[in-house]
Design a protein. Structure first.
Length: 190
C-alpha cells in the first residue's frame, strides 16, 4: 500500500522499499554511455593523429591490474625507485641527522633552541620519509635511512664533537654502507 507524502509523491508503505540506489546506478550508466557516445562522435571528426592521442588518453583512464600499475612508471622520475622518492629519502636522512645533532647540542634539554629544533627537524624528517615510502619498499628505505643516518652521525661525532674513531668503528661503518648498497641493488632483482 502506498501512502502519499505532503509533496504529492507516493511513498512506500510498510514492507516496501524504494529503488533509489538502482535508479542512481541506471542514471550513472546512462551518463557514462552518453559521454562515450560524445567522445566517439568527436573522435570521428578528428584527423588520425589526434584520434591516436584521444585513444591513448582514454586508455590511460581504464583500470589496470596491480602488476601493470606497479610497472607503469618503473624507472621514471616519479616511479618505483624514482628520483623524487630518493630525493625525499635524502631529505629525511639530512633532517634526521640534524635532529640527532641537536640532541647532542641541547645538553639534555637544557638549551632551548637545540631542544626545539630536535622536534622541528624530526618532524620534517618523518614527513619526507613518509612521502618517500609512497614509491619505495619500506624495508629498503628504512635500511638506507637508518644506515646512512648512523654513518653520518658517526662522522659528525668524530669531526664535530671529537669522539674517537677506532679502526673497528670505521670497518663497521663501511659494512653498513655496503649493506645499504646491497639492499638497494636487491630491489631490482625479482
Amino acid at each position: 500500500m502506498l501512502f502519499h507524502r505532503n509533496d504529492g509523491h507516493p511513498s512506500p508503505g510498510k514492507g516496501q522499499r524504494t529503488n533509489r540506489e538502482g535508479q542512481q546506478r541506471d542514471d550513472l550508466s546512462v551518463h557514462v554511455l552518453m559521454s562515450l557516445a560524445k567522445v566517439e562522435l568527436i573522435s570521428s571528426a578528428l584527423p588520425d593523429q589526434d584520434k591516436q592521442k584521444l585513444c591513448r588518453c582514454s586508455s590511460s583512464m581504464t583500470r589496470r591490474s596491480p602488476t601493470e600499475e606497479s610497472t607503469k612508471y618503473s624507472g621514471t622520475l616519479y616511479g618505483k625507485g624514482g628520483y623524487m622518492s630518493y630525493f625525499y629519502l635524502a631529505l629525511a636522512i639530512m633532517f634526521e641527522v640534524c635532529g640527532t645533532t641537536c640532541m647532542k647540542l641541547s645538553e639534555g634539554f637544557t638549551k632551548l633552541l637545540p631542544s626545539v629544533l630536535i622536534f622541528v627537524f624530526y618532524g620534517i624528517s618523518f614527513i619526507a620519509f613518509t612521502i618517500a615510502l609512497k614509491k619505495l619498499d619500506v624495508s629498503v628505505a628504512y635500511a638506507i635511512w637508518a644506515g646512512l643516518g648512523v654513518s653520518m652521525i658517526s662522522l659528525i661525532g668524530y669531526l664535530g664533537f671529537s669522539e674517537p674513531m677506532p679502526p673497528v668503528r670505521i670497518i663497521s661503518l663501511g659494512l653498513i654502507v655496503f649493506g645499504v648498497i646491497g639492499l638497494h641493488l636487491s630491489t631490482g632483482v625479482s
